[in-house]
Design a protein around this ligand. Structure first.
Ligand SMILES: CC(C)(COP(=O)(O)OP(=O)(O)OC[C@H]1O[C@@H](n2cnc3c(N)ncnc32)[C@H](O)[C@@H]1OP(=O)(O)O)[C@@H](O)C(=O)NCCC(=O)NCCS
Length: 150
């Protein structure tokens, strides 16, 4: 992800997260932490950015900051590809656990994470607003697979 992707990402954010989109300013602020504690990747098709993913890595823990696939590209394996790339990056940075929060009604995302090995750790009530709970999920990355020097 580069600075020139920010405006396009802000448009996809508004489309996919209408209640709580990241603004261009928030995306800029994330980019400011690359590469120290953040890693962001975008995927493009002929119409521009169709997917992106972001990691916060504070070894030995990491957080999935965001993952999104534009509606035109959903259901074809891109989300899984982006998530796999994020886990590879977390592993290379020495993370042994990855965490995320997901809206409890977001079945597509919960399934994506479960298929990748994430397990539910519990719920945060009203995390996204009244009646909108977050499911907290965790992926353990075996330390034998993790880069020794982070
Ligand atoms: C969640 C999201 C990233 C998935 O991306 P995608 O490219 O469509 O997902 P993939 O095609 O790689 O599918 C991967 C797995 O996710 C699950 N999945 C994806 N879409 C699904 C749907 N509509 N319903 C149920 N499960 C779904 C499936 O288990 C699938 O694996 P399988 O086909 O082997 O069963 C995408 O739907 C998205 O961007 N949603 C809006 C933004 C969002 O909610 N982001 C997550 C915030 S926590």
């Amino acid at each position: 992800m580069r600075w020139w992707d920010v405006e396009q990402l802000a448009v996809v954010e508004r489309e996919l997260f209408p209640h709580d989109p990241w603004s261009a300013e928030q995306l800029w602020s994330e980019l400011a932490h690359v590469p120290e504690t953040r890693w962001y990747a975008v995927h493009e098709d002929s119409d521009g950015v169709d997917g992106y993913v972001g990691l916060m890595a504070l070894p030995p823990e990491g957080d999935v900051q965001t993952i999104a696939v534009a509606p035109r590209a959903q259901g074809r394996g891109l989300g899984r590809e982006l998530l796999d790339a994020l886990v590879d990056e977390a592993r290379a940075r020495g993370c042994t656990q990855l965490f995320l929060e997901v809206l409890h009604t977001n079945d597509a995302a919960v399934r994506l994470y479960e298929r990748a090995g994430f397990e539910s750790q519990g719920r945060r009530r009203d995390y996204y607003g009244p009646g909108l709970d977050a499911v907290v999920m965790r992926l353990r990355i075996p330390s034998s697979e993790v880069a020794a020097d982070g």
